[in-house]
Design a protein around this ligand. Structure first.
Ligand code: GLA
Length: 423
């Protein structure tokens, strides 16, 4: 009897779910292209896999605002992303992180906090779209998010349909309260659900690198966190796993072979402009994220950012290194302890080089280009080709590779240059 009842209950559950899915699917029919006559055309792998040809760029609420999110905040950030020049510099996504969700309704549909999102999530998404931007939101593979809100376990397909109905373009999917699930299977389920929703949605795996997502994430999602959460410090390792800028860089250094167009290592969102990093540290943080071909998700209050913060976040020459179409993650080329030289091969025979001073004293750099071959950049040859050296923060050419490069690099600062072959 017990068995019968439980299988009946199962069937009932399936039927209710199917009904719920059908009703969401029908509503979605009128909203977006790929959904026709109530039948959803799944997103083909060819489309899904081409969604993040270069590392995604946008803004996410978590680093600055935590749970203090609202429609008002997101709409304001969308406005400022346009007026500050960030959209023009390439930022696209406005992403609401944890705490937008408050409950599930009687059909199991996820519900946005009505006090903070009085007109529902779709109204915010529409507003963000009206600014020529894209919209992202957050959920989690467990039953509850990291902040204890309802998450997607058991509701993956239903949630994905709802996101599609709202017009969501990007999902960040966390790993709290994982309840012993297999990570790859859990992320694959959500990936399948997103594809089945009919809407192309960028999928950001936020699994903190615990189960080596770089080994299986390609094809499931477009980016995967490689570490615990970033903190706005240059160098820190907190007991619970929080990490500073250089601590993350060190963890990311060996993962270069896993990144490429459509699939990126994610060293976490930016702390540029947040209290805890000085100007030189912000420049280093941003430069190195670009050398690492990292997703660039600003994490500060865009409305009240200083002129310096804006200049860092919108430095188009540095962003061009991040967004280079070859999508090669840069590598540490020389390591002198506190002083490191990193290089990122670019398309068309160019290369970006970043001299990074991790030390507490000025680095009086005097570096002869012909001294070493950049062993992982076979197209670069300092003996047969002369390159123009451009300082990407001063926006000036500072010589050629025939001469030594000299600079006083401040403590925790960088010199970042782009080398272009003289024709
Ligand atoms: C985890 C993630 C963070 C953020 C919070 C939200 O810690 O790694 O990026 O999304 O959860 O609760």
């Amino acid at each position: 009897m017990k068995l019968y009842l439980s299988s009946f209950a199962q069937e009932l559950k399936v039927a209710v779910c199917a009904l719920a899915l059908l009703s969401v699917g029908t509503v979605a029919a009128s909203a977006e292209n790929p959904v026709k006559n109530g039948n959803i055309t799944p997103v083909p792998d060819s489309v899904f896999n081409s969604l993040a040809a270069t590392p995604p760029m946008g803004w996410n609420s978590w680093n600055k605002f935590g749970c203090n999110v609202s429609a008002k905040l997101l709409m304001k950030m969308a406005d400022v992303m346009v007026s500050s020049g960030m959209k023009d510099a390439g930022y696209q996504y406005i992403v609401v992180d944890d705490c937008w969700q408050i409950a599930r309704d009687e059909n199991g549909n996820i519900v946005a906090d009505p006090e903070r999102f009085p007109d529902g999530m779709k109204a915010v998404v529409d507003y963000v779209h009206s600014k020529g931007l894209k919209f992202g939101l957050y959920s989690c593979a467990g039953s509850l998010t990291c902040a204890g809100r309802p998450a997607s376990r058991g509701y993956q397909f239903q949630d994905a349909l709802m996101y599609a109905k709202w017009g969501v373009d990007y999902l960040k999917y966390d790993w709290c309260n994982d309840e012993g699930q297999n990570a790859q299977a859990a992320y694959k389920t959500m990936s399948d659900a997103l594809k089945a929703s009919g809407r192309p949605i960028v999928f950001s795996l936020c699994e903190w690198g615990s189960n080596n997502p770089w080994e299986w994430g390609k094809g499931i999602g477009h980016l995967w966190r490689t570490t615990g959460d970033i903190r706005a410090y240059y160098n820190v390792q907190l007991d619970w796993g929080g990490l500073g800028v250089v601590n993350i860089i060190d963890k990311e250094a060996g993962l270069y072979s896993f990144a490429g167009p459509g699939h990126w290592n994610d060293p976490d969102m930016l702390e540029v402009g947040n209290t805890g990093l000085n100007y030189d540290e912000c420049v280093s943080h941003f430069s190195m994220w670009c050398i690492l071909a990292a997703p660039l998700m600003a994490g500060n209050d865009l409305e009240f950012m200083s002129k310096e913060t804006k200049e860092v976040l919108t430095n188009k020459e540095v962003i061009a290194v991040d967004q280079d179409k070859d999508g090669i993650q840069g590598r540490r080329f020389l390591d002198f302890g506190d002083q490191e030289i990193w290089a990122k091969p670019l398309s068309d025979g160019e290369i970006a080089v970043c001299f990074m001073n991790r030390g507490e004293n000025v680095w009086n750099l005097d570096y002869t280009w012909t001294r070493e071959t950049i062993y992982f950049a076979p197209k670069i040859n300092f003996k047969t080709t002369t390159y123009t050296v451009r300082d990407l923060w001063k926006h000036q050419n500072i010589g050629t590779t025939k001469d030594a490069v000299k600079a006083a690099i401040p403590a925790h600062g960088v010199l970042m240059v782009r080398l272009s072959p003289n024709k």
